[in-house]
Design a protein around this ligand. Sequence first.
Ligand code: ATP
Ligand code: MG
Length: 455
Amino acid sequence: MHWKAVVLYALPTHPQATNVSITGRNETRSAATHIPRSEHSISRVNISPNALKVLYRLKDAGYQAHLVGGGVRDLLLGREPKDFDVATDAHPDDVRKLFRNCRLIGRRFRLAHVMFGREVIEVATFRALQVESDEDGDQHVDDEGRILRDNVFGDIEGDAFRRDFTVNALYYNVADFSIIDFTGGMADIEHGMLRLIGDPDTRFREDPVRMLRAVRFATKLGFRLDPATERPIKELAPLLGDIPPARLFDEMIKLFMSGSALANFEMLRHYDLFGQLFPLTEQSLAHEENHFPLTLISRGMANTDDRIEQGKPVTPAFLFAVFLWQPVRERAAQLEAEGQHPAQAMQHAGTQIIAEQAAVMATPRRFSLPMRDIWVLQLRLENKGRRSLRVLSHPRFRAAYDFLLLRAEAGEVPVSLGEWWTEFQETNPQQSEQPLSRTRPRKRRRNRPGRKSEG
Ligand code: ATP
Ligand code: MG
């Protein structure tokens, strides 16, 4: 649905929030705009009943209770929110006393999770906006400007200004069903504009992951990046090098497994962010004169988006296999030139590239092992013949076959090879339907390559 159709409120004149210094001690904050129920489109029927329960119970106990973040943004845009987050002035211990089905999580900043079967409503206490250092002279940001501490309770206004984008900082107040807007988020929703709150350079330095979030929200919502938000990204992109590999893995999943993989891939490359996530891939794309690696990735992303659209499962192992295929091929060619047998060279290349990528992005073994299988099986799929029947029963045959079709689509191997395997499966259905676990114990072989542990 087009967002304009659902934003039903009279556009108030917003005091611009962009002049607010978010790290300066004497910041001037803008006055909040209250948009009454009659002037916006959020209706309780679209809010999860469990989120409403949490909001009402907090309110009845005398606390402030608001829906905030992606839930409010998505409801205003007529989209179905992924989840509902609640912000309150109740402290986590107070929240726990109100709900039996409640767990406190997080050591540094405690959040309450109120559990309703599989649905979790996250309840966060308002957090204060951080200044560079507090009265005791304690630093809140490091030398690069990165946030070190973000764990002080505060009021709703501070809570709004410490959020990332204006459209993510709208509060739906359960006391009167109004929306409270401190940062001009309503106007930005109206104009399809993604704007960082405060000074973009400062806010990206505080948390460089916000650059990835900018791309993700722009493609997901179909929003433009505000020019001031966009400007520093290319220059600051290298700051992603300091983000813990586990956090980058989580962001990578959100970027590539939510239905906008192709758009995110293209936009990340445009802003020089992709090379921060997949440096080996970026290198091979940069010096590759024939086009198939880029085509392979683009097709792979488009296929992933289609699968998600159709409700089919997707696995990070396949995505990684696509991204890293060209670096693996180049490494395998190098190892072969040094005298290794092709199968061995592929095993070793896979292991090496996985280890090098892991330095940037932590990839659990349950994904990296299947990924290497997909690569190694490519050699067996290229040699159709006597052993073909056995490949059919390999637990990763299906993924490797899909990967082969992608390579054929990208022009790396003949389309006829993919067709041969399609037909071969049809004529040998019993083999390909074998269960995933092996029916016969594998013969032990000495010196099996690729069995080394990963770095
Ligand atoms: P999604 O639909 O992907 O869940 P979301 O906006 O809800 O989008 P979350 O990552 O769930 O995103 O975060 C919830 C809210 O917390 C955001 O809307 C934003 O207000 C705030 N937030 C999250 N990450 C950051 C960050 N890195 N810096 C500042 N604020 C953040
Ligand atoms: Mg969310």
